[in-house]
Design a protein around this ligand. Structure first.
Ligand SMILES: [Cu+2]
Length: 506
């Protein structure tokens, strides 16, 4: 009798213990399972539609698909127009040799990394034929900062399939805005960019020296020396144009030099100038209106961002050093290194105001892009993951717009880390930071440094239909789920993430 009572008590205890374990574990198992990404999925069906208070609000069901009229693969540059600039890029998996002779495993374009500087004049049709000789995971090229037609955006699984070994893809777009840009792979980008699939793209204004299409000494305009400075960290070493060590450029007394600083790394980079004052004449490909002379301050170049610094060489023949946090560009005679100034140029009030060409007060849509962090599962992996408006990837907002909308986005960062936010296909103008309105030159940007605790309000005109990534350009962060999309209501993409092409954009 006693024994059977004991045994039933024992059984009861066991049942309670199992029930308790199930109660604790079941939600975790459910969350784990719910986080698993399918073998293939469309960016269009990711997450949930956010209409930002504009038309479409309240729609239910397969909202993203509803319009579905225009296949994005039809969004191309005029196919009848002949190319003015033809470039062939051959991608290989091979050893990269830095200027110092240091070698490391990586990827090259036409045998080098960075790949060749591609130059065009504003208004020209650019055609780039990309061939994958030996990059096993496939490749693609994104034209960072150029607002290309959607099917030329180079995002594997969203705007094209990754180009497999032996495959080719032809990119065609009109270089409609002068400025400093870069190109890089958007297939497994957190690995392929770091390992060298990138290069500079320089679009000179119309009327610039017609012989300036190639070479590092090409001219931006009359009497301005044009020096692209693509900064990239290879194997822990910061380089300028693939050179680990000072890069020397000849410059005569009194000569004007435009240094196009391109930050291809994952974090913001301070840049300062020793031996002369400087002006920030362009940000992310847009000219600054009435830039003023800077001395004793650094410029902070966002990850993925570009700043064009203009320096006038001293008349006494002494040189100038442009320091880029461990790498330096030396113009003319070398001079001693200078210490980094404490302060930074604040782009919020740098330069003079000018018309924006859009009225943010009359925005059709207003979105929140609130970045946080919390524990959870990402594709079955437990960890502390980034969130967008409280949601974990892939359950993130799809920002829905119509062509012609003026759109506002409030980007706020509650995650405790810096995020360089990059919207494809558009340039946004900064309206305010932490509630303080922008009072300087219109600050148009495609790569915005959003530090922990900061809130930016930005606006843009939705004038480029397609499905566009809106993500963090600290590429490991993107791979950790800090990715969302902007989608026009009347488009559809045939491409899928995963699938046979093994598309993996981040
Ligand atoms: Cu980030």
């Amino acid at each position: 009798m006693k024994r059977s009572l004991d045994s039933s008590r024992h059984r009861l205890r066991l049942i309670v213990a199992v029930a308790a374990a199930v109660a604790v574990l079941a939600p975790a198992v459910w969350m784990w399972q719910a986080s698993l990404l399918p073998d293939k999925y469309s960016a269009m069906t990711m997450g949930y539609a956010d209409y930002g208070g504009g038309p479409g609000e309240g729609t239910t069901g397969m909202h993203h698909m509803s319009g579905g009229a225009t296949d994005i693969s039809t969004l191309v540059a005029d196919p009848k127009r002949r190319a003015d600039v033809n470039v062939k890029l051959i991608a290989r998996k091979e050893t990269i040799t830095l200027a110092s002779g240091r070698r490391l495993d990586g990827f090259t374009l036409n045998g080098t990394s960075p790949g060749p500087v591609i130059r065009a004049t504003q208004g020209q049709m650019v055609e780039v034929e990309l061939l994958n000789k030996s990059v096993p995971d496939g490749i693609s090229l994104h034209w960072h900062g150029v607002d290309v037609p959607n099917s030329m955006d180079g995002v594997a699984g969203v705007t094209q399939d990754a180009v497999p070994v032996g495959g080719r893809f032809v990119y065609r777009f009109v270089a409609d805005r002068a400025g400093s840009y870069w190109y890089h792979s958007h297939q497994i980008s957190h690995e392929q960019v770091r390992k060298g699939l990138l290069g500079a793209l320089v679009i000179s204004p119309k009327g610039a020296d017609p012989d300036a299409k190639t070479g590092p000494d090409a001219k931006t305009g009359p009497d301005v020396k044009d020096v692209p400075a693509l900064v990239h960290v290879y194997g822990g070493r910061r380089t300028i144009n693939g050179s680990d060590g000072d890069v020397r450029v000849a410059a005569a007394p009194g000569e004007k030099v435009r240094v196009r600083v391109i930050n291809t790394d994952n974090g913001p980079m301070p840049v300062w100038v020793g031996g002369a004052s400087y002006r920030i004449v362009a940000i992310d490909g847009d000219d600054v209106n009435e830039p003023t002379s800077v001395k004793g301050k650094s410029a902070l170049v966002t990850a993925g961002g570009r700043e064009d610094l203009e320096v006038v060489m001293p008349g006494d023949g002494s040189g100038v050093r442009i320091e880029m946090a461990g790498a330096a560009l030396v113009l003319g005679q070398d001079i001693p290194k200078s210490r980094q100034p404490r302060g930074f140029v604040d782009l919020l009030d740098y330069g003079s105001p000018a018309p924006l060409g859009l009225d943010p007060a009359k925005a059709e849509r207003s979105f929140d892009y609130s970045i946080g962090r919390r524990p959870g599962f990402l594709d079955g992996r437990p960890g502390m993951w980034w969130t967008i408006n409280g949601h974990l990837f892939p359950d993130v907002p799809m920002f829905m717009v119509d062509e012609g909308d003026v759109v506002r986005i409030k980007i706020s960062n509650h995650s405790g880390d810096v995020h360089p936010m990059h919207l494809h296909g558009h340039h946004v103008v900064v309206l305010s930071r932490n509630g303080k309105p922008a009072t300087g030159s219109p600050w148009w940007t495609d790569s915005l440094n959003v530090a922990g605790g900061e809130t930016f309000e930005v606006a843009f005109l939705a004038d480029n239909p397609g499905v566009w990534m809106d993500h963090c350009h600290n590429l490991p962060h993107a791979a950790q789920g800090l990715v969302s999309h902007l989608m026009y209501s009347n488009v559809t993409t045939p491409y899928v993430i995963g699938g046979e092409a093994r598309n993996e954009p981040e």
